[in-house]
Design a protein around this ligand. Structure first.
Ligand code: HEM
Length: 423
């Protein structure tokens, strides 16, 4: 249970901040920005005890990496800052029963990670990628047609932003339209379990996560069974039938990769699109600039949206041996949490970091992760989806504006659950 905003003391110095305290993540965005500014200005990263969760015991604690330079360095050195050993997507080590569903390559180190990424990347053939690109255009056009038919006042998140990535990832995997809602609800639970809208009882978080994981795994196993030996042209079929240099995914690997793709492909892009509309609404000058040259400005605008939206707030690594990085000591067994949202606002790298500037160049944001083996596998697809969605919106509904966003309560995902739109 979080305290009400009125009971919360203001943050005046870095010692007032505890990133493991759930209350911190309920604070308004302006307070969060101020807090991370204070943390970036410290001589060395703050160290925190791990958050309390019902399903796992806390470990030794973590350094909060909030500066761009630290995140680049840690991402580049995966043999020192590893992703395996308890999982990269959570601060507390994942219990063994979670690994079956959520232990895919994002939480592995080489050589296991490299093997999986190799098999999976080869399934993303140029032909398949070309097909996705055509599908994205058709789907975005239909969503905007439906928006115009529904009229102003609808929920932009559920009616527009969420629909595109959901349809694309489901089509890629061969999930029929009748199951979209099923996938949507389960991916909301997996990435939004801390929000009472998705899991109302905090004591039920662990079972809700495991149930959602099990149900998605069952879905892919049913799809896989149909494709085994009878290939179709979707990704599930390529993965089931992929036998690259004698390498093949096991049933468990296929299941957890499917969950990773469905969840990563859905929640992140949706949040970037919603955040993007909000940025355009509160920065009408930038919207006018984009409208002047919709296609020409799109690449810069999309990067700037991902920089400020930073839909994935953090990834975690475990330190494998004592190591000094940028002048600070990290001890074996400790963890580091890389706050991408903060690094993307680091004024050592970005001039006027809080300004939304679609012409910003260069824009070395870390919204898709830092340089290293885990750099987002879906970055190309995500950029494409955001570009096409805004092209449709700006050319067919240029007057569209976002209302106040209702934020997801989460420390991991910077999410918008609902947001009205007018036009
Ligand atoms: C705006 C949208 C997106 C954002 C902000 C985003 C962000 C990220 C981040 C921060 C990482 C982790 C990097 C690390 O640990 O170093 C990641 C990894 C990953 N993402 Fe994305 N992502 C997005 C869209 C997508 C999409 C559309 C897909 C799938 C189609 C996808 C699939 C993956 C996968 C499979 C990984 C794990 C890669 C690995 O461990 O080798 N992502 N993403």
């Amino acid at each position: 249970m979080t305290t009400s905003p009125l009971e919360r003391a203001p943050i005046t110095s870095a010692t007032d901040i505890d990133l493991s305290d759930w209350d911190f993540w309920a604070r308004p965005m302006a307070e969060r920005e101020h807090a991370f500014q204070l943390l970036r200005d410290l001589d060395k990263p703050a160290f925190y005890a791990e958050p309390e969760v019902s399903f796992a015991a806390p470990g030794v604690g973590y350094h909060a990496l909030v500066r761009h330079a630290d995140i680049l360095e840690a991402s580049r050195n995966p043999e020192i800052f590893c992703s395996g050993s308890g999982g990269a997507t959570n601060i507390v080590d994942m219990p063994a029963e979670f690994i079956e569903y959520f232990g895919s390559m994002i939480s592995m180190d080489d050589p296991r990670h490299a093997r999986l990424r190799r098999i999976v990347s080869r399934a993303f053939t140029p032909k398949m990628i070309k097909q996705f690109e055509a599908d994205v255009e058709t789907a975005a056009a239909q969503i905007v047609t439906d928006l115009l038919a529904a009229g102003p006042g609808c929920d932009f998140v559920t009616e527009v932003a969420a629909r595109l990535p959901l349809k694309i990832i489901c089509d890629m995997m061969g999930i029929p339209e009748s199951d979209y809602r099923y996938v949507f609800d389960r991916s909301n639970v997996i990435l939004g379990a801390s929000d009472p809208e998705y899991v109302s009882d905090p004591a039920a978080i662990a079972t809700s996560l495991l149930t959602a994981g099990m149900e998605l795994q069952q879905l892919v196993q049913d799809l896989a069974a149909h494709r085994l030996g009878k290939p179709t042209d979707d990704l599930t079929s390529s993965l089931v039938n992929a036998n690259i240099d004698g390498e093949q995914l096991t049933a468990q690997e296929l299941g957890s990769f499917f969950i990773l793709l469905v969840v990563a492909g859905n929640e992140t892009t949706r949040n970037a699109i919603s955040y993007g509309l909000r940025l355009l609404t509160v920065n009408p000058g930038q919207k006018a600039l984009w409208l002047d040259d919709v296609d020409g400005r799109a690449p810069g605008a999309v990067e700037e949206i991902v920089r400020l939206a930073a839909p994935v707030n953090y990834m975690r690594r475990k330190v494998t041996r004592d190591h000094v990085m940028n002048g600070n000591l990290y001890k074996a067994g400790e963890k580091v949490v890389m706050y991408y949202w903060s690094a993307n606002r680091d004024d050592r790298v970005f001039a006027a970091p809080y300004r939304f500037d679609i012409t910003r160049s260069p824009n070395p944001h870390v919204g898709f992760g830092g340089p290293g083996p885990h750099f987002c596998l879906g970055a190309h697809l995500a950029r494409r989806e955001i570009t096409v969605m805004f092209r449709e919106l700006l050319s067919r509904v240029p007057q569209i504006e976002a209302g106040q966003p209702e934020r997801l309560f989460s420390s991991f995902i910077n999410g918008t659950k609902h947001m009205d739109c007018t036009f």
